[in-house]
Design a protein around this ligand. Structure first.
Ligand code: 6DJ
Length: 649
């Protein structure tokens, strides 16, 4: 009977979505009976994580419906601060950032929401969700603490965000049953209880007392010591286990009574460029889920739908510095493209042992189409492009300036210095402060690649008046650990030549909206070649999608002949590609970014263009993903000697 009660409660709440319900809606904790209570009745959630920022908004309903069809009664959602406040005081809750609509969709389907508004979210997301402008002028800021500069920014952000959220609380007629404070705070060095008290009070001030506030930490005593606070319900996270009692004994140290909660039950795991794709066995996971449900635990499966790090939104771990790929598939029950997997079926079967299957069929996977090969054409080398298309011209500075100080937070910046001396023999250029990867050129001839904490010097030759260009890629701001404060990007120190700092720089930000000039008036600027390296350059192609009702469809970009770069489709930034490193070889292209007829593809190839190497100037659109390809742990540049100009490390 309990199962029927649950579905009737859900469908009832879904049908009476309202903001001014007459009957009291309550959600809380019954410590006596170790359970959550919903409207006075015992309640257990079986939840899955989905990040609206990683799924095209046109596909939100599709993924949420599939989660409901799996038998979930709740979803867990992070709110990345940086997509909603791109510049301090400028807010965006529209389109892909329309979190209120996303939560209302969940509610309309009959899913409750466990909300995790941060302000820090980790999540292998750029800077753990923090906006990069926090670092501007504050190179010594202490994030995730009572640092007044940080607290001021959080206070202003939470005034805006929590006011959007309050009407969606369960008590106010919405789907939100609980709200997490911070994120695995016990794993962070600061251990600042005043900071946690500030967050707790801020949430109470705006959300009121009728919502369950909780914390999540790894299931270790050491993590929990600094991770939680009186008045915040302590929960833990852990992966596959065959002894739930052991895992929950840690939670019981802080919560001797109350519901058992695994807030992040890992269905898979994250990937890094240059490392094999992570995999978690479906049967093993299902067995562990069965044990947890039989144990009476509340479970949130992290991730249930992983999605994609479009644009520059991937995060990174450190040390060593390891960037997260564009795919956030996570080996989750729903694939990056929302396809039903073996793991999904196994999970649905386990849940149906405890609750009646939901009254809807499992929606089908979306159709995929192999649009085949298209030819790419050179647009311009990056040095030429930036010289012509940097609005307002370059920034002039005696010494290099990091990206945050020029209000250019993501992607690429080119630093140019005009040689003041002749350099007849190869001498060493040191760029210790490269954050994170740089491409060194003299008059557009590639001299080498520099990488943070690895190879930070290149031998150069040149004459007075030559252009020394350093194109720097911000590969991601660290999203986890104690180094999250050390996240400035671009060139963060001087560049020295034979030990002497080079002065007088021109700084060109490469802007997100790659605008193209037809006909490509810069076509004469053909990339230079040095060994396997070619001048970083932009290439364009046209994908023609049939004018038929079934099209467009999801598809996958295969650029396995290319090396490393960025890719745009109709000016939508699909993300980073790095098939030379792996494991991701193809990028997911969701149907919503395509249109019938002509679709413009723009590629920024940073390292080694097949157009020059071997004339294979094309990319191919396939109907299958490839995120578990061969990996090259030396961070994936085509090995080989350069010519007389320089050498690869
Ligand atoms: C051993 C490092 C543990 C760090 N915590 C991780 S790695 C994957 C997940 C997500 O980042 C999630 O956002 C974190 O809360 C917990 N977690």
């Amino acid at each position: 009977m309990a199962g029927v009660t649950m579905w009737s409660a859900i469908l009832c709440s879904a049908l009476i979505f309202c903001f001014d319900c007459s009957e009291a809606r309550t959600f809380g904790i019954d410590y006596e009976n170790d359970t959550f209570v919903l409207d006075g009745k015992p309640f257990r959630y079986v939840s899955g994580s989905i990040h609206y920022s990683r799924v095209p908004y046109q596909y939100w309903m599709d993924r949420l419906t599939k989660m409901f069809a799996a038998g979930l009664n709740a979803i867990q959602v992070y709110i990345p601060w940086n997509i909603h406040e791109p510049f301090q005081g400028q807010y965006d809750f529209s389109g892909q950032q329309d979190v209120v609509t996303f939560l209302k969709l969940a509610h309309s389907i009959g899913l409750y929401v466990i909300l995790r508004p941060g302000p820090y979210i980790c999540a292998e997301w750029e800077f753990g969700g923090f906006p990069a402008w926090l670092l501007k002028g504050n190179s010594d800021i202490r994030l995730r603490s009572s640092d007044p500069r940080y607290i001021k920014a959080v206070d202003q952000w939470f005034d805006v965000l929590l006011s959007e959220i309050a009407p969606l609380l369960y008590v106010n007629g919405g789907p939100i049953i609980s709200v997490q404070v911070e994120n695995e705070y016990g794993s962070y060095f600061a251990c600042d209880y005043d900071y946690l008290r500030f967050l707790r009070q801020k949430m109470i001030d705006i959300l009121g007392n009728d919502v369950v506030l909780f914390t999540t930490d790894g299931d270790g005593i050491g993590y929990l010591r600094c991770g939680t606070l009186q008045g915040l319900y302590t929960t833990v996270d852990f992966g596959i286990t065959y002894n739930p009692a052991q895992n929950f004994n840690v939670q019981r140290v802080w919560e001797p009574k109350g519901p058992l909660v695994n807030s992040e039950f890992y269905t898979g795991w994250l990937d890094h460029w240059g490392e094999s794709h992570s995999h978690t066995d479906a049967a093993a996971f299902a067995k562990s889920l069965d044990l947890l449900l039989a144990y009476g635990a509340n479970v949130n499966m992290y991730m249930f739908e992983g999605g994609t790090n479009f644009g520059f939104w991937n995060g990174a771990e450190y040390p060593p510095f390891k960037a997260i790929p564009t795919s956030y598939d996570y080996d989750a029950p729903l694939s990056e493209a929302g396809d039903i997997t073996e793991k999904y079926v196994a999970i649905r079967q386990v849940i149906s042992k405890y609750y009646p299957p939901p009254p809807i069929p499992i929606p089908p996977s979306t159709p995929k189409f192999a649009y085949g090969k298209i030819t790419m054409n050179l647009v311009a080398t990056i040095p030429d492009y930036l010289e012509k298309y940097t609005p307002g011209g370059p920034i002039k500075s005696k010494y290099p300036i990091n990206m945050e100080e020029i209000d250019h937070y993501y992607g690429f910046v080119m630093y140019r210095h005009i040689l003041k001396d002749n350099v007849s023999w190869p001498t060493t250029l040191d760029i210790m402060g490269v954050r994170d990867r740089g491409y060194v050129m003299i008059n557009q001839i590639p001299f080498g690649i520099i990488e943070r904490d690895k190879n930070t010097s290149v031998n150069i030759t040149g004459v007075i008046g030559d252009y020394l260009d350093v194109l720097v890629e911000n590969q991601a701001r660290i999203n986890y650990g104690n180094n999250i404060n050390d996240n400035r990007k671009g060139l963060i120190t001087n560049v020295t030549h034979n030990g002497d700092p080079l002065t007088d720089w021109l700084i060109y930000p490469l802007l997100e909206n790659i605008t193209l000039v037809q006909p490509f008036s810069l076509k004469h600027s053909y990339p230079k070649q040095n060994g396997h390296l070619s001048t970083p350059a932009l290439y364009a192609g046209q994908l023609v999608v049939p004018m038929e009702a079934a099209h467009p469809m999801d598809t996958y970009f295969d650029m396995s002949l290319w090396t490393k770069g960025q890719i745009w489709m109709n000016n939508f930034n699909l993300g980073r590609y790095w098939p030379a490193a792996g494991p991701q070889i193809r990028l997911y292209v969701p149907k919503p970014v395509l249109k019938q007829g002509e679709n413009t593809v723009i590629m920024l190839e940073l390292e080694s263009s097949p157009c020059i190497q071997d004339g294979n100037c094309f990319v191919t659109f396939m109907d299958q993903p490839l995120i578990n390809g061969t990996v090259h742990p030396f961070l994936g540049h085509r090995h080989g000697k350069l010519g007389h100009h320089g050498y690869l490390p």
